[in-house]
Design a protein around this ligand. Structure first.
Ligand code: KIV
Length: 284
């Protein structure tokens, strides 16, 4: 069993040019498979709203839902660095809310760190969480909680003005005390620039290769989430197809009497068979 990694390991990996591989997970079985595979870290993303709860976006996701899923993930992956994703309205209203809710991820769900979306506009929240001694990761570029403001799930930082704003956000996030930064759906050139300029690890989801590691959503990479697949996803399996085919085969077996067979049944105790049949006879 590999030792659980921590912040210093991720900094060492950045310095050594070693890539960090991480995915989202939302439940016990998925987390245990991720840990068994040897993943460097896990994000319990608020994408759980879309991938496992069937919401249309991440906005409806609550703190309570996040805590339940984080606890399940921790039980499944006790030796993996886990990040709890702060849901919409758990940190926007005040610095106090941000610290209180970030603390819940650590106290109630045993997460190692939290992540929140936004740059300068949430900088006092990032600073307050970091000052409370909680590892906080920034997340800029395509930030799904503000997709309405961004005009949809669209790539960001493709023109000089918006790229400049993201660079300024990245500097501010490091300055505020974040331990790492996630860039989502921005051009690789911008990712490379920000990664070189920052001392903290910079990770990508849909932001290209030149940085310190890659994140994918488990539902996307496993072919579990069927609503849409972003351009940046590489699909490694078609689990939905495997599951649907298994369910179809089961239906067929039940309808045709192929399941269950004798192998799937519990049997009467060998030394009590006679008594058993006698007892049944009493009811005839
Ligand atoms: O919720 C999530 O999974 C995320 C990713 C989109 C980065 O925040």
């Amino acid at each position: 069993m590999a030792k659980k990694k921590g912040r210093l390991d991720f900094i060492k990996m950045k310095k050594a040019g070693e890539q960090v591989a991480w995915v989202t997970a939302y439940d016990f079985p998925m987390a245990s498979f991720v840990e068994q595979a040897g993943m460097d870290m896990i994000l319990v993303g608020d994408s759980l709203g879309m991938v496992v709860l069937g919401y249309e976006g991440t906005i409806p996701v609550t703190m309570e839902e996040c805590i339940i899923h984080c606890k399940a993930v921790r039980r499944g992956a006790p030796n993996t660095f886990c990040i709890g994703d702060m849901p919409f309205m758990s940190y926007q209203v005040s610095d106090g809310d941000a610290v209180y809710n970030a603390g819940r991820f650590l106290k109630e769900a045993d997460m190692d760190a939290v992540k929140l979306e936004g740059g300068k506009r949430v900088i006092t929240k990032i600073k307050a969480i970091a000052d409370a001694g909680i590892l906080v990761m920034g997340h800029i570029g395509l930030t799904p909680q503000s997709s309405g403001v961004l005009g949809g799930f669209k790539a960001q930082g493709r023109d000089p003005e918006s790229a400049r704003a993201l660079i300024e956000d990245a500097f501010a996030i490091q300055e505020a005390g974040a331990w790492a930064l996630l860039l989502e759906a921005v051009p690789p050139e911008l990712t490379q620039f920000i990664t070189k300029k920052l001392d903290i690890p910079v990770y990508s989801i849909g932001a290209g290769g030149p940085c310190d590691g890659q994140l994918l959503i488990c539902g996307d990479m496993l072919g579990l989430f069927q609503a849409f697949t972003p351009k940046f996803v590489k699909t490694y399996a078609n689990v939905a197809e495997v599951e649907i085919n298994a369910f179809k085969e089961y239906i067929e077996d039940v309808k045709t009497g192929k399941f269950p067979t004798d192998d799937h049944c519990y049997h009467i105790l060998k030394d009590r068979e006679e008594e058993y049949y006698q007892m049944l006879k009493e009811y005839e």
